[in-house]
Design a protein around this ligand. Structure first.
Ligand SMILES: [Zn+2]
Length: 208
């Protein structure tokens, strides 16, 4: 049951729990107006070019937008990339670069530094953007920076079971957690070691 008994509902929102373009797991969390608590409607709104969720009482429009995930590929002096084996879901036990959701009061650059420090113990300085990767099914956009290691000490924690440097030819492609990580690592290898580009073209792609 999506609403508490007795909660006010209006037909369209009740009849269409999944809103066009919004992943069902996300629309399941969008039931009530965050301003006044009224059940949201889904449908056309004057001045909007697509159907949207809105509040029939106060007029609040609940825009649903992807979130930005900020990640880094910390690179050692020897040209190896630091990956971590994830200690949390999603992707428990699989490899990914450090990263996480950008906070609302920080820049993407600062968010990548913070997440990398939290997950690996490494202080990094992002040097350039490797790529920007959209995953509408997960309602995210991932930015991946290449980063120079400027301090800190590698340490595992609740989020990382292992933290390991991999040479461009040693990346554990079959054990990568996310498509966006595979895409970023492929781009990084192509950009930094063009001689290995053919090697990464046929690497497997995870479902997540
Ligand atoms: Zn409202």
């Amino acid at each position: 049951m999506r609403r508490p008994p007795g909660a006010a509902t209006r037909g369209r929102a009740r009849a269409r729990p999944s809103h066009a373009g919004v992943p069902s797991w996300l629309s399941a969390t969008l039931n009530f107006c965050s301003r006044c608590g009224q059940a949201l409607d889904y449908g056309p709104i004057d001045g909007e070019e697509r159907d949207r969720l809105s509040c029939p009482v106060c007029g609040f429009i609940a825009y649903v937008n992807p979130r930005l995930v900020v990640t880094s590929l910390p690179v050692t002096e020897g040209g190896e990339v630091i990956l971590l084996r994830r200690g949390i879901e999603p992707g428990y036990g699989l490899w990914a670069q450090p990263g996480g959701f950008l906070e609302v009061d920080e820049t993407a650059h600062d968010g990548a530094i913070r997440e990398t420090l939290e997950e690996t113990g490494l202080q990094v300085e992002p040097t350039r953007i490797v790529g920007l990767y959209s995953r509408p099914q997960a309602a995210i956009v991932v930015v991946t920076f290449e980063a120079r290691i400027v301090g800190g000490e590698i340490r595992t924690g609740s989020e990382a079971l292992e933290i390991v440097p991999f040479g461009p030819a040693e990346i554990p492609w079959a054990g990568i957690a996310f498509r966006t990580s595979t895409w970023a690592l492929r781009d990084w290898v192509r950009q930094t070691r063009p001689d290995l580009a053919a090697l990464v073209d046929d690497t497997p792609e995870p479902d997540a």
